[in-house]
Ligand binder design. Structure first.
Ligand code: UDP
Length: 329
């Protein structure tokens, strides 16, 4: 009998790539998404597969799935700083209430659950690079607090279900990841820069651009997550690429890659924007025998191809997703 896996946030960037991977591995996949930030076009190609099922549902409400479930991957959440500002309450709810519902479902089905945590649990880190034993430096009441604290609560409740109910749990701390199917207008730096370059606009660097990030290509990220789910390790594991770059150097790389004539313009640094971020992946290397294999050059080339394949209409669509109806809930 095929193993059945439930993936929340299935129409999102990471979720849709996870659906692909599990279908390729011969699983039956049940995807759930409320489509606030996800997009059905990311999984359209899966609807013809016998082993793929989709429910349009909000996991902050009671979740029921008929039949057996072997694995749950909880990837439903807004994940860009602009999204948190626009839908802060949904962000808090999906990380807390949503996680609680899925842990309850995992307990009921005796399923193993992997939750998508984040490097944001480290906040604006005071140690560098960030190891899993670092407790973080988070502003609870800042604009990012709604995401960071929801994810920190998510880790706590997951460990509580593990310790109290003996649930099989896995916690992935995901660092900045990029690749095809990122939302063009979600405000994150990679789609922002590529979109600007393709539209012939100047690239907007926030602050002085000396803040750093470390970007992991989607295929590497999915491989790390897959290995973590199937491992026997229950404590958090950083999954990301340790190659660190300043945002200013990265903007220059994109200008070179796209061959645009555009310049860099400076904009104010958003509140609580972490100054540096780089995963220490020694735990993942040791336990999962995993490390990223894709160079930034190769990954960015593939990502650029994806954005180039979008229609002109999509490329020039300025307005951010309309979230107003969801905020009334
Ligand atoms: N950033 C930027 N210009 C943009 C968008 C983002 O300079 O148009 C910067 C942002 O201030 C941050 C970094 O790029 O320092 C990464 O931002 P992103 O929103 O992708 O994710 P974060 O890592 O902050 O969650």
């Amino acid at each position: 009998m095929k193993k059945r896996v439930l993936i929340t946030g299935a129409a999102g960037f990471l979720g849709s790539h996870l659906c692909d991977r599990f279908i390729d591995e011969g699983y039956e996949v049940i995807g759930i998404d409320n489509l606030i930030t996800g997009d059905l076009k990311n999984i359209e190609h899966l609807f013809e597969k016998e082993d793929f099922h989709f429910y349009h549902h909000d996991v902050t409400k009671f979740v029921h799935v008929p039949g057996k479930v072997d694995y749950i991957l909880h990837f439903a959440s807004p994940a860009s700083p602009i999204d948190y500002l626009k839908i802060p309450i949904q962000t808090l709810k999906v990380g807390s209430l949503g996680t609680h519902n899925l842990l309850g479902l995992a307990k009921e089905k005796k399923a193993r659950i992997l939750i998508a945590s984040t490097s944001e649990v480290y906040g604006d880190p005071l140690i560098h690079p960030q190891h899993e034993d670092y407790y973080g430096n988070v502003n609870t009441i800042g604009p990012r607090g709604v995401y960071d604290e929801a994810k920190r609560f998510q880790e706590s409740i997951t460990m509580a279900y593990h310790r109290f109910h003996g649930l099989e749990t896995r916690i992935a701390r995901i660092f900045n990841t990029y690749g095809p199917r990122m939302r063009l207008n979600d405000g994150r730096v990679i789609p922002a820069f590529i979109g600007q370059a393709l539209r012939g606009e100047d690239l907007t660097v926030f602050g002085d651009g000396k803040q750093t990030r470390s970007f992991c290509y989607i295929d590497d990220q999915i491989e790390g997550l897959y290995r973590l789910l199937l491992s026997e390790y229950t404590l958090p594991v950083n999954i990301g690429n340790p190659e660190e770059i300043t945002i200013l150097d990265f903007a220059n790389e994109i200008i070179k890659l796209t061959g645009t004539e555009q310049k860099i313009v400076y904009k104010p640094l958003p509140e609580d924007d972490p100054l540096q971020r780089e995963p220490d992946i020694s735990r993942a290397k040791e336990i999962l025998k995993w490390e990223p294999l894709t160079t930034r050059e190769d990954g960015m080339r593939k990502t650029l191809e994806y954005f180039k394949s979008l229609s002109k209409e999509e490329l020039f669509k300025r307005e951010h997703k309309n979230f107003s109806k969801h905020n009334k809930r």
